[in-house]
Design a binder for this molecule. Structure first.
Ligand code: CP
Length: 311
């Protein structure tokens, strides 16, 4: 069955059936990454272009690995080495790349709406790999895959999303995807880092970390986005950490089987303590592993080969 959308611009557009199909397909692909020869011919002859205008370790590498594990040809382009530095605009860049007949474009850009804009000017499917503070759908999908693999079912689970919600495309994509899957979301942080009227999205709001994590199944700790903190929203990082860093003392308030996730990169000791980050409840590296399977699933489903045998 095909997805209901040609592009993956955000989780807002994904139905529950889309998300389940992506997660199930990703589950079926996980095993490929454990083989001695980590490659199947499913997308042989397809061309994927990764166009990244912001730094990335996890997302860019996993999109590249995902394409290569499915035997696609993968081309990586950085904003800093593209002709945008000579003044070419984003739309012209994408249209010129499309003139070389790629099958899919993966785009990360610092401007909210960049991926959606490109989708209006090119025919190839677009995957949004993060646009400003707007959306990061593949991150939300890998988060759901990670949670589902430990909890079995997503429906009814409670999640606390902690930290810099205002600047977080990960939070926005997760709130929508989690609600679509029947999960309950609480956002936690100091008032300047929680968007005004976020309750209208159907989430609870808390400014007390210890209280907010008591009854949840999952704690998602967000990165304090140091590069986006130029508006003086925080008086100091030390003050933030005093109240909102997830430490083992705070974690003692939570349920014994609570899961801890973080999209990375981590600011150690600012939003999460080292022993918690590396402790038994942390699934941070599982998330990274699942990122490859999710991105394989997205390529496979968007390129219309989902009825073929990937092996
Ligand atoms: N989670 C995430 O987007 O990490 P990168 O910025 O390293 O891709």
């Amino acid at each position: 069955m095909a997805l209901s959308t040609k592009n993956i611009l955000g989780t807002k557009e994904l139905t529950q059936s889309d998300i389940l199909q992506i997660l199930d397909t990703a589950d079926s692909f996980k095993e490929i990454s454990t083989r001695a020869i980590k490659k199947v011919p499913a997308l042989r002859g397809k061309t994927i272009i990764n166009l990244f205008f912001e730094p990335s370790t996890r997302t860019r590498t996993s999109f590249e690995i995902a394409g290569k594990r499915l035997s696609a040809d993968v081309i990586n382009i950085s904003g800093s080495t593209s002709s945008t530095v000579k003044g070419e605009n984003l739309i012209d860049t994408a249209r010129n790349l499309e003139a070389m007949s790629p099958d899919i474009l993966v785009v990360r850009h610092h401007c909210s709406g960049a991926a959606e804009l490109l989708s209006q000017f090119v025919n190839s499917p677009i995957i949004n790999a993060g646009d400003g503070a707007h959306e990061h759908p593949s991150q939300a999908l890998l988060d759901l895959l990670t949670i589902r693999s430990h909890k079995g079912d997503l429906k009814g689970l409670k999640v606390a999303i902690v930290g810099d919600v205002s600047h977080s495309r990960v939070a926005r994509s997760n709130i929508r995807a989690m609600q679509t899957m029947g999960m309950k979301v609480r956002v936690v942080g100091p008032p300047p880092l929680i968007p005004v009227e976020i309750e209208r999205l159907g989430v609870e709001v808390s400014h007390n970390l210890a209280e907010a994590i008591k009854d949840v199944d999952v704690i998602m700790v967000l990165r304090i986005q140091l590069e986006r903190q130029n508006q003086g929203l925080l008086s100091s990082l030390r003050e933030y950490s005093n109240y909102f860093c997830l430490t083992s003392e705070t974690l003692a308030q939570a349920q014994d089987d609570v899961l801890i996730i973080h999209p990375g990169p981590v600011n150690r000791g600012i939003e999460i303590a080292l022993d918690v980050m590396e402790g038994p409840r942390s699934l941070i590296l599982d998330q990274v592993t699942n990122g490859v399977a999710i991105r394989m699933a997205l390529f496979y489903l968007l390129l219309g080969e989902n009825n073929a045998n990937p092996n």
